[in-house]
Design a protein around this ligand. Structure first.
Ligand code: IVH
Length: 739
């Protein structure tokens, strides 16, 4: 077909383009959704080429529902964030028939008047891909969002337009098309498409993907939609977000009016008639017992199934009952994932190695002949401790069963004794530390052997790794590998040494160029100036002190000094802190090595403090400012002082009401401010605000500096108030002006 015939008439071209789009969408649907093509591939290609030519000749004809968009083209710098209009929940799991029946009983307890016989369930496979929301306005696909954290997702519209079984325009031949439709489902890759993609990857010298899920996730989040278009993704719908059936008149707010769909089954058949693919074997089970039969049958088909599944999903069919049950904070009460039994594989236990952790604990690790367990290659698994090896009667050289349940860490189930040859060797737990040769001790009542040498290089190395890790100060770009190298070279012996490293020195290291050396130093400097007290306490690696405890300790004591001087009684008043935790804190501060590290960090200026909460007697401004001295510039110290002075005057009865606009508010900073981050935080906290660690609906204000990151997008998407630095400072100081 020659597109030139329309070249002198836009009107005519417009008509033909519309006709071609309808034809292409229809034949695409026949091919990809119905699996029943009506025309040959060559005929389809000819129609497609004609439309491409027409749109090139008349760029004004391009439209968001054109099948030509399915080849991609858009390239982005980053993925923008958008809030979901209704939260995207997760699912709770059950792992056995008993748990499934308990789940049903719990539903019935919450539905007085309903009997078990009244319940029917819509069943689908639990597909192992990633959740997606597709938004259609007036029948046109306008936006695609990943699940993200459930509240805010990433926009991946251009990539999703390339997914061949996603309708760009909803079909209107079987019933009304809603004014607004949010279709939710799973994006995945079939096992066959995945294998072919990996062959192509290898042929191109690119790294193969570990499993279909990773391949799908990587493809969905591509910045270049042309790459996404080459990836064989599919979308299978499983539910709805918001649906508005008719266009609201401009004056009235949108009312949720009656839907023609009253059950899960009707919703799914409705989605199907609008042009979506749904899970191939979805079915209605009219009783609790039939759900069980259906789930067992699905487990039997698992291997031959076209894509990976890890269970079945049972959803109460009645929408009115779904509504009565509602949701917990995490998941619906009317649906559950009924998981398959864990996946197992047999392999050889080649060796047992001992790892020494940051607290000196000796952990035995199984070294296995690599084996694929449900698509993930497993070559190591923790054996926890000496007793576990004994209880399982594991011997080196044994054939063992390895198990993985869902995303759970792999574990060695036990040996297969009938496969023993007599060559297997018993494992003797070492009586000295394999890293330093030092003495090891096992305390009464404890399962772990521990290296008691405080100077053990492994303990030191692991403590530093912990210090920089996500669980510690989360210093981006200063990872475990670098720490290992630096410790091995003798350049670093304690966390404090890291901050003394200069770029020139780092440049000589393996795979460390000029740029990474500069980034490395900058990351440490950033951490030094922005670390908060709770993070700092986590980073120290005090036994039993994790994130929650560190927060509580920081709020109660406000500084490392105050914490180090706390009595057991004071410590035990904090929720979750018992004598064991209190003793660990005491031990930590009594250790001379730790004292030295703390003194060094303080000397470097890495010494965060925090305003203590719920002070029984309010501290004087001078006390608080004194506590902040050393980390706060004179400018901020002045405002802090005046702020606190103001609040003291108010506390003395000058004004009864709370005049401070930041009191009790949740704040977060992003981008660079002229104050350092710790100064800004100290100011905010002194004004009574709490600092959150991420953007969520709980946040009241996002304070934005220069070059803000993705937090800004996310906050905008959630409609959170944005403050610039000047506004923030004004609010932080309002209290004084009022009093
Ligand atoms: S329904 C409100 N149905 O599983 C209910 N989810 O563990 C929300 N998933 O994020 C989900 N297959 O991505 C549903 N047939 C299915 C599913 C399914 C896979 C995923 C989904 C969700 C996750 C929750």
């Amino acid at each position: 077909m020659n597109a030139d015939i329309y070249s002198d008439s836009l009107e005519q071209a417009k008509l033909r383009a519309a006709e071609l789009r309808t034809l292409l969408e229809h034949h695409g649907w026949r091919y990809y959704v119905q699996d029943d093509p009506e025309i040959s591939d060559a005929e389809y290609d000819a129609l497609f080429r004609e439309l491409v030519l027409l749109e090139e000749r008349w760029p004004a004809l391009k439209s968001p529902d054109s099948p030509t968009l399915r080849v991609g083209g858009e390239v982005l710098d980053s993925l923008p964030s958008y809030a979901h209009s209704l939260r995207m929940y997760s699912l709770d799991n059950v792992f056995s028939m008993e748990e499934w029946r308990e789940f049903v009983q719990k539903m019935l307890r919450l539905l007085p008047g309903v009997r078990e016989g009244d319940l029917s369930f819509w069943m689908e496979p639990k597909m192992d891909g990633l959740a997606m929301e597709l938004i259609y306005e007036k029948g046109l696909l306008v936006r695609a969002l990943t699940r993200g954290d459930g509240e805010v997702g990433e926009e991946v519209t251009a990539n999703m337009r390339t997914v061949k079984n996603i309708p760009l325009r909803l079909r209107d031949d079987a019933g009304p098309v809603p004014f607004l439709l949010e279709a939710r489902g799973e994006v995945l890759m079939t096992k066959k498409d995945f294998a072919a993609l990996n062959l192509r990857q290898e042929a191109r010298g690119a790294k193969p993907f570990a499993n279909p899920r990773n391949a799908a996730a990587g493809s969905v989040r591509q910045l270049d939609s042309t790459v996404a278009a080459e990836r064989p993704l599919r979308f299978l719908a499983y539910g709805l977000g918001r649906v508005v059936w008719s266009e609201p008149s401009s004056a009235e707010t949108v009312k949720e009016e009656a839907s023609p769909w009253n059950s899960q089954q009707e919703c799914m058949l409705g989605l199907q008639s609008l042009g979506f693919s749904i899970a191939p074997n979805a079915a209605l089970c009219p009783s609790v017992a039939e759900v069980e039969t259906w789930q067992r049958a699905l487990a039997g088909e698992r291997k031959s199934f076209p894509f990976e599944l890890d269970g079945a999903v049972a959803k109460l069919n009645s929408l009115p009952l779904q509504k009565r049950l509602g949701f917990t904070a995490r998941a619906p009460r009317f649906a559950v994932a009924f998981k398959f039994e864990a996946m197992q594989a047999a392999t050889k236990l080649e060796d047992i190695q001992i790892q020494v952790g940051r607290t000196g604990v000796l952990t035995p690790v199984a070294v296995l002949t690599p084996v694929s367990v449900g698509g993930v290659t497993v070559s190591r698994a923790t054996l926890h401790n000496e007793d576990e090896i004994r209880a399982k009667d594991l011997r080196i050289g044994d054939k063992v069963l390895v198990r993985r349940a869902g995303d759970v860490i792999p574990e060695v189930v036990g040996p297969i004794p009938e496969k023993r040859t007599g060559e297997e060797k018993e494992f003797i737990f070492p009586s000295t530390c394999p890293e330093c040769g030092g003495h090891v001790r096992r305390e009464a009542g404890e399962a772990a052997w521990r290296c008691v040498n405080r100077a053990c290089p492994a303990v030191r190395r692991e403590s530093i790794k912990h210090f920089v890790s996500k669980a510690g100060l989360d210093i981006q770009g200063v990872g475990a590998r670098w720490v290992e190298q630096l410790v091995d070279l003798g350049l670093v012996q304690s966390p404090a040494d890291l901050f003394g490293l200069r770029a020139e020195k780092l440049r000589g290291l393996e795979r460390m160029g000029e740029k990474s050396a500069a980034n490395f130093v900058a990351a440490l400097e950033k951490a030094r100036t922005t670390a908060t007290l709770p993070r700092f306490l986590c980073a120290l690696g005090i036994r039993h002190v994790g994130e929650q405890t560190a927060k509580a300790l920081a709020r109660t004591f406000g500084s490392v000094e105050a914490l180090s001087e706390a009595t057991e009684e004071q410590l035990c008043r904090i929720p979750d802190v018992g004598p064991e935790v209190a003793a660990a804190i005491d031990d930590f501060f009594a250790e001379p090595g730790n004292k030295q590290v703390l003194a060094d960090l303080k000397g470097l200026g890495l010494w965060p403090v925090m305003t203590v909460q719920a002070r029984p007697a309010r501290q004087t401004a001078a006390q608080v400012a004194a506590r902040h001295s050393g980390i706060i510039s004179p400018l901020a110290q002045n405002s802090l002082l005046s702020l606190l002075t103001g609040s003291e005057e108010r506390a003395q009865g000058q004004t009864g009401e709370n005049q401070n606009p930041l009191e009790g508010k949740k704040l977060l900073f992003t981008g660079s401010l002229s104050l350092s981050r710790s100064e800004a935080k100290a100011l905010a906290e002194a004004a009574g605000a709490d600092i959150l660690s991420g953007v969520s609906r709980k946040l009241d204000f996002l304070v934005v500096g220069e070059e803000p990151g993705s937090k800004l997008d996310k906050a905008r998407a959630l409609g959170i108030s944005i403050l610039d630095e000047q506004e923030f400072l004004r609010l932080a100081r309002t209290e004084r002006q009022h009093s």
